[in-house]
Design a binder for this molecule. Structure first.
Ligand code: C2E
Ligand code: MG
Ligand code: MG
Ligand code: MG
Length: 284
């Protein structure tokens, strides 16, 4: 059961374990080894067009099954990785796993929808990040059109450090850039208009209480429209949320209502089954 439902993946893991039973230093060491041994995996959560119910893409999400403590949520191990200087190697491992998976899917009969990868702001401070992406695309013989990166609003805090140039370079390779958890962080609207991005991802906290937040959602949608950006809502769990989102002009959606994050084989089955109706293109 836990396997089928993204929500329940972590039901036996209590975050307080990090402070108590599980020594943080131990967890950090175990994570370092897990990265070295390539033993983290990737789940894929499909994204949908709410009007046609076709898959438009998927988000890659890191998963870590600890040998003794079981599944540990990314909400726990990503901050540890960021603090312990492990996030760059962790994300490069995820990027390689996603790329080699895409090569397999590309070799099959159907087209592959774009896959997004979450990238920590810290990874942008690694000066060879853009070069790594470029070389990986060449190494795996993939088009950037198959890739999207999701970065949080923290990308907008520092304006002087060449991040926009990095985003531009990625987009020139065909990679799309989305602002994740939009509306929750630091938002300089004037800066957003200058930032080289493709899409806003409406944070799931707004979607969870979409009635109360309908004005916020509608503001984000019209901001996206005015800035010529695409928009997607994450954390969609109910039909009434979908109806409201559609009525507010947001037609790309992602959430448990449609599908939890899935192991690659299950996502592949879904793609296969829903082919050839899949659009395999992103909405504007
Ligand atoms: P995120 O990028 O905003 O991803 C969405 C999170 O919401 C995922 O949690 C997903 O499983 C969950 N979710 C999807 N649909 C629903 C829904 O309908 N309802 C609810 N309540 N939740 C839903 P997950 O997989 O636990 O990941 C949590 C966060 O960890 C991600 O948030 C992302 O910020 C981070 N993360 C995961 N993998 C990576 C990675 O490779 N690199 C980085 N930097 N961060 C990652
Ligand atoms: Mg994300
Ligand atoms: Mg998000
Ligand atoms: Mg989030």
């Amino acid at each position: 059961k836990a396997k089928q439902n993204g929500t329940n993946d972590f039901q036996f893991f209590d975050k307080s374990m990090v402070d108590q039973d599980v020594n943080k230093f131990e967890l950090e060491n175990d994570l370092r080894n897990a990265i070295k041994n390539d033993s983290l995996t990737v789940y894929y959560q499909p994204k949908y067009n709410a009007n046609t119910n076709n898959i438009t893409g998927a988000e890659a999400l890191a998963r870590w099954k600890h040998p003794r403590h079981g599944m540990i949520p990314p909400g726990v191990f990503i901050p540890i990785a960021e603090e312990a200087n492990l996030i760059v190697s962790l994300e490069r491992m995820i990027i390689r796993q996603v790329f080699s998976q895409l090569v397999v899917w590309k070799g099959q009969k159907y087209q592959v929808p774009r896959t997004s990868i979450n990238i920590s702001i810290i990874h942008f401070y690694q000066e060879d990040f853009v070069k790594f992406m470029h070389q990986s695309l060449i190494e795996y013989d993939l088009s950037g059109e198959l890739i999207e990166i999701e970065v949080t609003e923290s990308i907008m805090i520092k304006k002087e450090d060449g991040i926009n140039e990095q985003l531009q370079a990625l987009r020139e390779m065909g990679i799309e850039v989305s602002i994740d958890d939009f509306g929750t962080g630091y938002s300089s609207l004037s800066y957003l208009s200058k930032l080289s991005v493709d899409r806003l991802k409406i944070d799931q906290s707004f979607v969870a209480h979409s009635q109360e937040n309908s004005e916020i959602i509608s503001t984000i949608v019209s901001m996206a429209t005015n800035l010529n950006l695409k928009v997607i809502a994450e954390g969609v769990e109910t039909e009434s949320q979908i109806d409201l989102l559609k009525s507010l002009g947001c037609q790309e959606v992602q959430g448990y209502y449609y599908s939890p994050p899935l192991p690659s084989a299950e996502y592949e089955t879904k793609m296969n089954r829903e082919f050839p109706e899949n659009e395999h293109v992103l909405l504007t």
